[in-house]
Design a protein around this ligand. Structure first.
Ligand code: NAD
Ligand code: LMR
Length: 343
C-alpha cells in the first residue's frame, strides 16, 4: 500500500484497506529550513511519499545542494531548491502544506524557551510569507518553542486576515513516537500496536503522556508511570546531551514530521478516520487557547478536536494536567504578546 511504501506504521485509528486513490501524488509541499538537521532527512522522506507531486526546499543557505542531491532519487516527486529571501515567495506558490523546521536548536544546558528570542522572529517572518503566498495551506510548525511559536504564527495570520485555526499545527508527533517506543519496550508489546495519546504542550512537564489511555490496555505500576512520563518529557534533553553541542533531535524528528505530514495529506485526500495528536487552537481546556490533543484530520485540516481522552484521567494525570496549565498559559501568552507588541 501507499503507506507501507514509506515504511511508516499505519495509524491504529485508520485500519482499512488502501485502495486506488484518485488524488495520489498530487500534493505540493514546501519545507522552510530544508537544509537543516531536520530539513534534510525530512526532505528525503517526503521525496519517497506517494502522495506528493512537488517538493520545494527553501532555506537561507546551502539548500541547492540538498535539492540537487535528493532530486537524483528516482521517485516521481519533483524537487526544487529556493535560496535567499528573494526566493521565498516562489517556494510557497501553490503549496498545500508548508512545514517549518527553520530556526536554532538547543545546546546542552539550554531550555526550549531560550530559543524564543531567535526563533519567534524567524517564524513570524516565514508565516507572514505563507499568508501572502500560500493562503489556505496547512502549516506545520516544528521550530521551538512550539508552545509559543504556534501562538506567534496564529497572531501573524490574524493580522494578515488569513487565520484559519483548522490549518495551523504545532508538530508534537515526536512525543507520541517516543511514548509508543518507550511503552512498547517497557511492557514488551509489539511496537506497531502501541498507541499512547500525548496531550498538553511540547516542552518538559507540559508534555503529558496519557498512559492510562494507552492501547493496547496495559497495567503500569506507579513507578513505571513516573519513570515513563519523565523519560518522555526529557527525551529531547537526552538527545541534546548525547549530541554534546551538535544540536538536538533531527532524525527521529524527521520521521515524526513525515508521519504527521502523511496523516495530514491523507486527511486532505478525503481518507476517513485519520487521527493524530497535535498542538492546535482548542477549547478542550478552556483556559488554554492552544493545547495538544488528538485531532481528526480532514479535507480542511482539523475536522474535530477530540479531547475525550481528558475524561477519566488517572489521579497522577489529573494532577499533572493541573500543574502544567500555568506554564503552558505563560508560553502561549508570550507568543501572543510578541506579535502584539510589534508595529
Ligand atoms: P538546524 O540548525 O540544523 O537547522 C535549521 C535550519 O533553519 C538551518 O538550515 C538554517 O539555515 C535555517 N534557517 C534559519 N533561519 C531561517 C530563515 N529565516 N528562513 C529559512 N531557514 C532558516 O536545526 P534543526 O536541528 O533542524 O532544528 C530546527 C528547529 O526544530 C529547532 O528550533 C529545534 O528546536 C526544533 N525541533 C523541534 C522538534 C519538535 O518536536 N517540534 C523536535 C526537534 C527539533
Ligand atoms: C525535542 O523534543 O527533541 C525537540 O523539541 C528538541 C529539543 O531540544 O528538545
Amino acid at each position: 500500500s501507499a503507506t507501507l511504501k514509506w515504511g511508516l506504521p499505519r495509524l491504529r485509528a485508520a485500519k482499512r484497506v488502501i485502495v486506488a486513490r484518485a488524488g495520489a501524488g498530487s500534493y505540493k509541499v514546501a519545507i522552510l529550513g530544508a537544509a537543516g538537521g531536520i530539513g534534510e532527512p525530512l526532505s528525503l522522506l517526503i521525496k519517497m511519499s506517494p502522495l506528493v507531486s512537488a517538493l520545494r526546499l527553501y532555506d537561507i543557505a546551502n539548500v541547492n545542494g540538498v535539492a540537487a542531491d535528493i532530486s537524483h532519487c528516482n521517485t516521481p516527486v519533483e524537487v526544487a531548491g529556493f535560496t535567499g529571501k528573494e526566493e521565498l515567495a516562489g517556494s510557497l506558490a501553490g503549496a498545500d502544506v508548508v512545514v517549518i523546521p527553520a530556526g536554532v536548536p538547543r545546546k546542552p544546558g539550554m531550555t526550549l524557551d531560550d530559543l524564543f528570542s531567535v526563533n519567534a522572529g524567524i517564524v513570524k517572518e516565514l508565516v507572514e510569507a505563507v499568508a501572502d503566498h500560500a493562503p489556505g495551506a496547512l502549516i506545520h510548525i516544528i521550530s521551538n518553542p512550539v508552545n509559543s511559536t504556534v501562538p506567534v504564527a496564529a497572531e501573524v495570520l490574524k493580522r494578515k486576515g488569513a487565520y484559519d485555526p483548522r490549518k495551523l499545527f504545532g508538530v508534537t508527533t515526536l512525543d507520541v513516537v517516543r511514548a509508543n517506543a518507550f511503552v512498547a519496550a517497557t511492557k514488551g508489546l509489539p511496537l506497531a500496536d502501541v498507541d499512547v495519546p500525548v496531550v498538553g504542550g511540547h516542552a518538559g512537564t507540559t508534555i503529558l503522556p496519557l498512559l492510562s489511555k494507552a492501547r493496547p490496555k496495559a497495567a503500569f505500576t506507579d513507578a513505571e508511570v513516573e519513570e515513563l512520563t519523565a523519560r518522555i518529557q526529557n527525551a529531547g534533553t537526552e538527545v541534546v546531551e548525547a549530541k554534546a553541542g551538535a544540536g538536538s533531535e533531527t532524525l527521529s524528528m524527521a520521521y515524526a514530521a513525515a508521519r504527521f505530514l502523511e496523516a495530514s495529506l491523507r486527511g486532505l485526500d478525503g481518507d476517513a478516520d485519520v487521527y493524530e495528536c497535535a498542538y492546535v487552537q482548542s477549547q478542550v481546556v478552556p483556559e488554554l487557547p492552544f493545547f495538544a490533543s488528538r485531532v481528526k484530520l480532514g479535507r480542511e485540516g482539523v475536522e474535530e478536536v477530540v479531547g475525550s481522552e481528558l475524561r477519566g484521567l488517572s489521579e497522577y494525570e489529573a494532577r499533572a494536567l493541573e500543574a502544567l496549565k500555568p506554564q503552558l498559559k505563560a508560553s502561549i501568552d508570550k507568543g501572543i504578546a510578541y506579535v502584539q507588541q510589534q508595529e
